[in-house]
Write a protein that binds this ligand. Structure first.
Ligand code: COA
Length: 187
């Protein structure tokens, strides 16, 4: 798998925006997350039909908890042609500081157009180009074919399954991973 570093540029939050082919990944700033959580519409942002999704609330909560976006988001997926927000994506850095974990969501009317794949590819390229980041994982329900397909198309590989407790129910999750490919000095 190649991890091309996409062009990035500075954003007022101090977290880089990432270019993702038809999308731009724009960090979600704290005031915007606050407004969305109370059902207000932030000025200057345009939301595609279907927004917010049922995942938006958790994404905004995470921004609130962290008091802003982290090093790798979460980001809005913004469609370049019309400036509409079609989803969210982010990568949290796990306890082992060299590992990230990605999550993403696209509004339902925009499913099947390749947006999640483009966003994930770009984010993986960006995260794994960082010198300290070695591995990124993604998890989804075993039978969530669309999400698994996104991971595979973005170049991630299957690495196993695990049981997890979600809202008091045991669910079977599948885990995919991607690695930074670096030349390791031999001496
Ligand atoms: C999963 C999700 C992000 C996919 O977004 P998307 O923009 O539609 O994804 P893409 O268009 O890039 O790719 C979807 C792929 O899954 C395939 N797919 C979708 N539903 C499928 C199904 N039921 N069976 C088989 N393949 C399916 C599509 O055909 C496409 O593959 P292809 O390009 O080879 O044809 C979107 O459905 C979503 O937001 N779901 C709710 C949130 C979620 O589940 N997030 C993932 C948690 S980690």
């Amino acid at each position: 798998m190649r991890h091309d570093t996409k062009p990035v540029w500075w954003h007022p939050t101090g977290v880089n925006q990432i270019d993702a082919v038809r999308l731009v990944l724009q960090p979600i700033c704290l005031p915007v997350a606050r407004m969305l959580l109370v059902g207000e519409t932030p000025q200057g942002l345009r939301f595609a039909p279907g927004y917010p999704s049922r995942f938006t609330h958790d994404v905004m909560e995470s921004v609130l908890e962290a008091r802003g976006p982290g090093r790798f988001g979460p980001y809005f997926m913004i469609r370049k042609t019309d400036g509409m927000i079609v989803g969210e994506i982010g990568c949290s850095v796990e306890d082992v500081y060299t590992m990230g974990k990605v999550g993403y969501s696209v509004v339902e009317p925009c499913w099947g157009q390749g947006y999640a794949t483009e966003a994930l590819r770009a984010l993986l390229g960006y995260v794994l180009a960082e010198p300290d980041m070695r591995r990124v994982v993604a998890e989804t329900m075993v039978d969530h074919v669309a999400s698994r397909r996104v991971m595979e198309k973005a170049g991630m590989t299957y690495c196993g399954e695990r049981l997890d407790d979600e809202y008091g129910e045991l669910v079977n999750l599948v885990v995919y991973e991607a690695f930074a490919h670096r030349t390791v000095p031999t001496r």
